[in-house]
Design a protein around this ligand. Structure first.
Ligand SMILES: [Zn+2]
Ligand SMILES: [Zn+2]
Length: 398
């Protein structure tokens, strides 16, 4: 091939590459809505698994993981109906909805109900290609009196709470156990660090030292988790950037941010109850199965939301951008937040009022993410005046 011909093909290739990148900004994205943190009567939630899953199914979610504390719901468990259930009419509602499927027995004066196992509730409610039920466990441990809770999405075999000589050691050993199980079974699964500011159990410094952790909760809808921090503790979003600045310096992959409900209470709805519908993830995945969702999440193809929906999220080697799927009458603010070489902290790089925006990388940018604020008030907020938001994942600028 002549030099001229070579140059011609090289030029054509470059043009094709640029077109692919421009086009990829417009390619229809396949978003799946899901909540990865939920509790049922298997631990400290106050409803039956099927009732909870049915709520998510009826409210346009495409996947759900019941992540009960230290159980994967695979044993025989006869739950005793207590005062609380009588008051909430929990069994009555369950029987009305699921009829003969419900198994009860009377033991002297007690009413017992058999909780369906994961396999039972999954096969009852899962619908191929439209609604997925993922196995999960909230591995619940502590160090001294600091809570250390780690969810394992698509876990297969129960992981018992692990002890250690520090918060960091408990977390690291739990994460290592997840990696071990994943490798041994050759099934994708991942750990995510829950509500670091709950009881201020997990500090930024602890999270910085972790190896092999990719996800944490930047937003958790439980009213006791202090997403916003306080006078002496940073909020989870600041924590997120500080962790990633450190991870980048250490050559570790960036940490991604998840939003969840961490719902426990399904009968009364108020700011001091942990209810459904407050935080979720939207995953851009071709297929709705655990393998594809996990692979998409590990590549950063998802965003966390406490109410804002996006139509499009894109990033190429030159720029990053988003398009909001707007609610009528709502105003949006799109903020590009990034870490630049030599800086101590992440900074606001660009702020746009509107529903679409992009940011062209500057040469000192290291990673950039997008935060979307809105003036839409949440229906059932955990803090007064809370507005709907979304967070895309940080992109490493090449
Ligand atoms: Zn927890
Ligand atoms: Zn929880």
């Amino acid at each position: 091939m002549t030099v001229l011909k070579k140059l011609f093909w090289l030029g054509t290739g470059l043009i094709a590459l640029l077109l692919v990148n421009c086009e990829s900004n417009k390619v229809a994205q396949n978003w799946h809505k899901g909540n990865l943190h939920t509790h049922s009567l298997w631990s400290d939630g106050d409803d039956f698994p099927e009732m909870i899953i049915q709520w998510y199914k009826d409210n346009d979610y495409q996947f759900i993981a019941l992540s009960d504390h230290n159980t994967i719901a695979d044993s025989e468990f006869w739950y005793e109906i207590k005062e609380r259930e009588l008051k909430n009419k929990t069994l009555e509602q369950y029987q009305n909805r699921f009829g003969d499927w419900v198994e009860t027995k009377i033991d002297s004066t007690k009413t017992l109900v058999r909780l369906k196992t994961f396999e039972e509730y999954r096969s009852k409610l899962e619908v191929l290609d439209s609604f997925l039920v993922i196995k999960s466990e909230e591995v619940t441990s502590s160090f001294e009196n600091k809570p250390i809770h780690i969810n394992v999405t698509n876990i297969q075999e129960k992981i018992d709470p692990i002890r250690g000589k520090s918060v960091l050691e408990v977390m690291q050993r739990t994460i290592d156990a997840v990696h071990e199980e994943r490798k041994r079974l050759n099934i994708p699964m991942f750990a995510h660090i829950n509500h670091p500011n709950f009881g201020y159990g997990i500090s930024t410094e602890d999270l910085k030292q972790l190896n092999g952790e990719r996800f944490f909760e930047v937003y958790n809808g439980h009213p006791a988790v202090n997403n916003e921090g306080d006078d002496t503790h940073v909020d989870t979003e600041t924590m997120w950037d500080l962790i990633n600045i450190h991870y980048h310096k250490e050559g570790k992959p960036l940490m991604f941010g998840i939003a969840t409900d961490d719902s426990h209470n399904y009968h009364s709805f108020s700011s001091n109850r942990s209810n459904t519908g407050r935080g979720w993830v939207m995953v851009n995945s071709k297929k709705l199965d655990a393998e594809h969702l996990i692979s998409a999440m590990e590549s950063g193809a998802f965003y966390a939301s406490s109410g804002v929906y996006l139509k499009n999220v894109f990033a190429n080697q030159n720029e990053i951008g988003i398009a909001v799927d707007p609610e009528a009458g709502v105003r949006y603010e799109i903020i590009f937040i990034g870490y630049q070489k030599g800086a101590e902290e992440a900074v606001e790089l660009k702020k746009v009022q509107g529903t679409t925006a992009s940011y062209a990388y500057q040469k000192e940018d290291v990673f950039v993410r997008v935060k979307i604020n809105s003036d839409a008030k949440k229906d059932n907020p955990i803090i007064e005046g809370e507005t709907k938001k979304a967070w895309t994942q940080p992109v490493l600028v090449q």
